[in-house]
Design a protein around this ligand. Structure first.
Ligand SMILES: *Cc1c(COP(=O)(O)O)cnc(C)c1O
Length: 362
């Protein structure tokens, strides 16, 4: 059987390095806010090309903390893509802000900047640009719009660690960026983990305090903060894996290129990269009008696939207030997308087997 994602195999490649770093944490007796966090934050900031990086507990917290640090709350609106993982939207709701959904470009599947302006009101405060499936959003257009309307640009880079857009890494393309290091992401920990990057020193200091009980120094509390920290063991794993991220992403690109050359079934449409470096292929989502039948067909051939995502956020029970809203482009994508296995440990033989199976689907 070909697994959708073999996390054991992914981390097994670095067993010796991870073992050594775990041993050093164990020997140090220091488990939070220590040397591993410092080292990873420094390396990740340098990697992204920004002044500051900070580890937090998970990707949702990273988004929530950025919105909170800007002081956005009830009465404020934040633009979000209609087709994203629900966490993007939850981060807005949890701050008491109103998420305003905007349809994607059907080709890139990223938020369509041409549709953002129509969704803006006097209450609009920010745009969350999600780099969906690993491909950077159209940041040039988004930043231009944001400048014109005095909005903050927050990147949701949870799926796009390492992608390079117009010569710059994601995480350095807006005012602040949120990352998830959930185990299945391109840069993944061995449990929950997240991070923030920004060039804004005041914002960084505020988020750092907010994530640590609102404290800037021990037992001194500026804000009614939360506890959202990255632990030393996770920081150690992430630092080991960061050194291999570009190589891992290149392997993903090779597989994506292979799929795009060899899958040629008229029932299937393939994802395109606007630019090769701007895509790190967290997800390789094909479209098929008979998606469920295709998924079953592949399962019978021993190929595990996944759906990102089966139900759009505005059709979730959690957001009943959107029951009457329609986002036909997003709805069509949710009906048709199917994610093929893609990872740095997928072999050439497995990729060939997958392409062959898809071409045999009638
Ligand atoms: C994974 C993900 C998140 C949430 O990250 P967690 O670490 O699971 O909280 C947010 N946004 C997007 C687009 C994601 O894919």
């Amino acid at each position: 059987m070909i697994k959708f994602l073999d996390l054991h195999k992914i981390n097994e490649r670095f067993r010796d390095e991870i073992d050594a770093r775990f041993k050093s944490v164990l020997d140090s007796g220091w488990y939070l806010q220590g040397k591993e966090n410092e080292r990873f934050a420094q390396n990740f900031a340098a990697f992204c090309g920004v002044r500051h990086a900070l580890g937090v507990a998970n990707g949702l917290d990273a988004l929530k903390l950025i919105i909170r640090a800007y002081g956005f709350g009830p009465g404020d609106e934040i633009i979000v893509p209609a087709n994203t993982f629900i966490a993007t939207i939850l981060s807005v709701s949890e701050n008491g802000c109103t998420p305003v959904l905007v349809e994607p470009d059907p080709e890139t599947r990223n938020i369509d900047p041409k549709r953002i302006e129509a969704a803006l009101t006097k209450k609009s405060k920010a745009i969350i640009a999600v780099h969906l499936y690993g491909q950077a959003a159209d940041m040039a257009s988004i930043n231009k719009l944001a400048a014109k309307h005095h909005l903050k640009v927050i990147e949701d880079a949870a799926q796009a660690h390492g992608a390079i857009y117009h010569g710059k890494r994601v995480g350095s393309l807006g005012d602040a960026a949120a990352f998830s290091f959930y185990p299945g992401k391109n840069l993944g920990a061995m449990g929950d983990a997240g991070g923030i990057t920004t060039n804004d020193t005041a914002l960084y200091e505020k988020i750092k305090a907010l994530a640590n009980y609102g404290s800037d120094r021990k037992y001194h509390h500026l804000y009614k903060g939360v506890n959202s920290r990255l632990d030393e063991l996770q920081a150690a794993v992430l630092d080991v894996r960061l050194a291999h991220l570009d190589a891992d992403n290149n392997r993903r690109r090779e597989i994506a290129t292979y799929y795009r050359r060899h899958i040629n079934n008229p029932l299937i449409s393939l994802p395109q990269a606007v630019n090769e470096t701007a895509h790190v292929w967290h997800i390789f989502a094909i479209c098929c009008p008979e998606r469920d039948r295709l998924q079953k067909f592949l399962a019978e051939k021993g190929i595990q696939t996944n759906i990102h995502y089966p139900t759009p956020p505005h059709r979730q029970e959690a957001y009943q207030e959107w029951r009457e809203q329609h986002f036909p482009i997003s709805e069509k994508l949710h009906r048709e997308v199917l994610s093929l296995p893609i990872s740095p440990v997928l072999t050439d033989e497995e990729a060939a087997q997958i392409a062959e199976a898809i071409n045999a689907f009638v």
